[in-house]
Design a protein around this ligand. Structure first.
Ligand code: FAD
Length: 456
């Protein structure tokens, strides 16, 4: 079977590439191959009652399927070059922002109307933060919420399927180079295309490495972010989250000079498990619908770890730490901040007596047995620093879930069109190592589609 364009992966990168191709050339024959399920078949069995923690489904519905890792996410589309990826280094800052705004318009048209666009522009918190050596990064953020995000995806799928052919539950095994074409090989069949866009996200990182090895595409990799997810009463951060929704705050520790940052803030949200290649880590999300909101806010505190020669396996390092928490806790570990400071583990009793109800059923334990001292020291220092702008952050009952690991895909060598050294083979989204967010991944899809259609 022959296509003009084959897209591997139906996350935001793949979806918006398909969308833009459809806008620019209705005659193109486009197919999308997705390892996970169709949107309406995506379902995480954890219900908090019968199934309390991750059972390691063959295809993780949180990470895979139409909508990609973004489908059940909080749907926070950050419009900024300050974080979320380095797309601007390839396509220019203005172009990157224009594309992110373009994505925002589409999201609003496809179901996101009425959702709020928050911005840090002109906020007094910037000054308050800097007075305490904390640095608030600039961004606008459209918060769709998990519920509206799902509706937007549903609407986009209904539109795309009128022209684009979707193959769900169909992982691509190999991509082979032919003369002026590519052969995409799945379990039982193969398909040929003129242009191939690979957008396999974080879950596809190992597969992406294999493809790059097979096709001799240069890559580099040296970073992993490790930390915890903090959960506290929503009132503690309400003054910040009511105005900004999400505040990305960076702090340089006094002890080691490491950078610690807040990441993925979910006001009135819930902490969730995340399964990456069988390793259970932690993440968070929240709903726009007040009925589904909780009394807690959660966010990650992450320390970036860069490695230099000869060590190359930064993700392996992160995985080993996550495995340690899985070994001790059978999954994610939760600890009260007060227990951590006093050098004792949290017990089910201590968690139960706390003035906060955890939103994730995790094993009470001791994170100091899991996280390297340098990382833990940085997190503790940051919690005390945040306590100055959001008093209550360093309360004894503040919950820390571990570990949260942000794996970075190795960065693939591509040019300003996000095209590899081979004509017509593009690598985009989080799978390229260039983006780490919904808006950057989506923007990279539009950028490539415009290049393919000759409009960029
Ligand atoms: C719980 C959670 C919450 C998040 N919240 C936010 C948020 O609020 N804001 C934000 O900006 N970012 C958030 N993120 C990150 C965001 O989801 C990703 O940055 C974004 O989805 C990346 O898009 P992508 O298209 O590059 O990859 P993905 O969304 O990961 O999609 C890749 C797709 O490719 C498929 N695939 C992989 N390998 C193959 C193969 N060999 N063959 C076929 N298909 C394959 C996968 O199944 C997957 O569906 C969150 C992530 C998680 C897990």
């Amino acid at each position: 079977m022959k296509y003009d364009v084959i897209i591997v992966g139906a996350g935001p990168g793949g979806i918006f590439a398909a969308y833009e191709l459809m806008q620019l050339n209705k005659n193109l024959k486009v197919a999308v191959f997705e390892a996970g399920h169709a949107l309406d078949k995506r379902f995480c069995p954890i219900d908090g009652k019968k199934i309390k923690s991750c059972i390691g489904c063959k295809s993780c519905s949180i990470m895979s399927g139409f909508g990609g890792a973004g489908a059940f996410s909080d749907g926070k589309y950050n419009i900024t070059n300050d974080f979320g990826g380095t797309l601007y280094e390839y396509i220019g800052k203005k172009n990157a922002l224009d594309l992110m705004n373009y994505i925002d318009d589409i999201n609003v048209r496809y179901g996101g109307e009425g959702t709020k666009l928050y911005t840090t522009a002109g906020t007094r918190f910037k000054t308050i933060c800097i007075q305490h050596d904390l640095h608030l990064l600039d961004a606008s953020v459209r918060h769709l919420g998990t519920d509206i995000n799902y509706i937007v995806l549903e609407n986009l799928y209904n539109y795309l399927k009128t022209q684009v052919e979707f193959f769900f539950d169909t992982p691509v095994n190999t991509v082979e180079r032919l003369e002026n074409a590519y052969r995409v090989v799945c379990n039982d069949k193969s398909y040929v295309c003129e242009k191939c866009i690979i957008s396999v996200g974080r879950i596809g990182s190992k597969w992406m490495e294999k493809v790059c090895r097979e096709l001799d595409i240069p890559t580099k990799s040296n970073r992993v972010d490790i930390g915890v997810r903090v959960e506290l009463p929503a009132a503690v951060f309400a003054h910040l989250t009511d105005e900004l929704y999400e505040s990305k705050i960076v702090y340089r520790t006094e002890k080691y000079g490491d950078r610690v940052r807040t990441f993925c803030m979910n006001p009135k949200g819930a902490v969730v498990n995340e399964n990456t290649n069988g390793i259970i880590t932690v993440n968070g999300h929240s709903y726009e619908d007040p009925e589904k909101q909780t009394e807690n806010t959660n966010f990650a505190l992450l320390v970036a770890k860069h490695f230099s020669e000869p060590f190359k396996d930064s993700n392996g390092y992160g995985e080993s730490i996550a495995r340690l928490s899985n070994m001790l806790g059978g999954g994610v570990i939760v600890q009260r901040f007060g227990d951590l400071i006093r050098g004792r583990r949290s017990t089910p009793n201590r968690i139960e007596e706390a003035f906060i109800t955890p939103t994730l059923n995790a094993t009470p334990g001791d994170l100091s047995l899991v996280l390297p001292k340098r990382i833990l020291d940085g997190i503790i220092e940051m919690i005390f620093a945040l306590d100055k702008v959001a008093p209550g952050t360093a309360n004894d009952d503040t919950l820390l879930y571990g570990v949260e690991v942000k794996f970075y895909n190795m960065e693939v060598e591509v040019n300003e069109k996000l095209e590899t050294k081979y004509d017509g083979l593009y690598i985009i989204g989080d799978g390229s190592g260039i983006t780490h967010s919904l808006s950057h991944a989506s923007a990279s899809g539009v950028h490539v589609a415009r290049n393919i259609a000759g409009k960029e």
